[in-house]
Design a protein around this ligand. Structure first.
Ligand code: HPA
Length: 245
């Protein structure tokens, strides 16, 4: 067990870190079921990491079926203290191609297992979530992004939708009025579960399309894919500039 490792939860386009020097893989059992994949321990540049692909090694688990509780629990169980959660998003106020480290969340998801608090547990624990992200980790990501010279927005509000369908243009307009800058399907309950377990958690988001109704015509998977491939390179570059914790 190594408490110095940074966890990287990979999203769409990041089911594997190709330059990761793998040390070992571990199947972790949790009280909440199986994580999305075995945990991979290794070295990513100078950074000792534990990597977990959120959608499974073969990218088969849709956003509403990810076992978020098992994933975050497993990372805690192996001694991780901080989690970089990589997630692709649609842009509401920022254009495809940019990376963003959001500082706020609005949760529109429903029906997901979103807490470790059990019915009947006494006392009921209410975690503070005023600032949903770990500011130290946000700042470390921002600094790494500046050193890596990637296009980066330092703040923004992440709106978490249920998926797996994309949004209607009216839903995106509502999210805009609510103050959302980004829309994604996996940000919650991941962030809140990390807070319940006292883990330092931040999102590294990649804007891969204009959100519904804001671009030219319908959102195509080809469009998403082309931005995804470019932005994933920027994500990897940023992470290689992260200081070990
Ligand atoms: N909406 C929700 N999730 C997403 C999007 C989007 O437009 N793009 C990438 N993930």
């Amino acid at each position: 067990m190594n408490t110095e490792r940074t966890a990287i939860v990979g999203g769409s386009g990041l089911t594997w870190l190709d330059t990761l020097k793998v040390e070992q893989q571990k199947i972790v059992v949790t009280p909440y079921g199986d994580p999305s994949a075995p945990l991979t321990f290794g070295q990513f540049g100078e950074l000792p990491v534990v990597f977990l692909p959120r959608h499974g090694a073969g990218h088969t688990i849709p956003p509403h079926k990810v076992n978020y509780r098992a994933n975050i629990w497993a990372l805690k169980q192996v001694g991780v203290k901080r989690i970089i959660s990589v997630a692709s998003v649609g842009g509401i106020t920022m254009e495809p191609g940019i990376l963003c480290i959001p500082d706020q969340i609005i949760d529109y998801t429903w029906g997901r297992e979103h807490t470790y608090v059990e019915p009947g547990q006494s006392p009921v624990k209410h975690v503070d979530f005023t600032e949903p992200y770990c500011e130290d980790l946000r700042q470390a990501l921002i600094e790494a992004g500046m050193n890596a010279s990637v296009r980066l927005k330092k703040d923004g509000c992440y709106g978490a939708t249920q998926g797996p369908r994309l949004e209607t243009s009216a839903e995106v307009q509502r999210m805009h009025r609510d103050g959302c800058d980004l829309v994604g399907m996996t940000g919650m309950p991941e962030a809140a579960l990390a807070r319940e377990l006292d883990l330092c958690f931040a999102h590294l988001t990649l804007v891969v399309n204009w959100a519904a109704g804001l671009g030219k015509g319908p959102i195509t998977m080809q469009d998403i894919q082309s931005h995804l491939e470019q932005s994933i390179e920027a994500v990897k570059l940023l992470i290689t500039h992260m200081e070990p914790c």
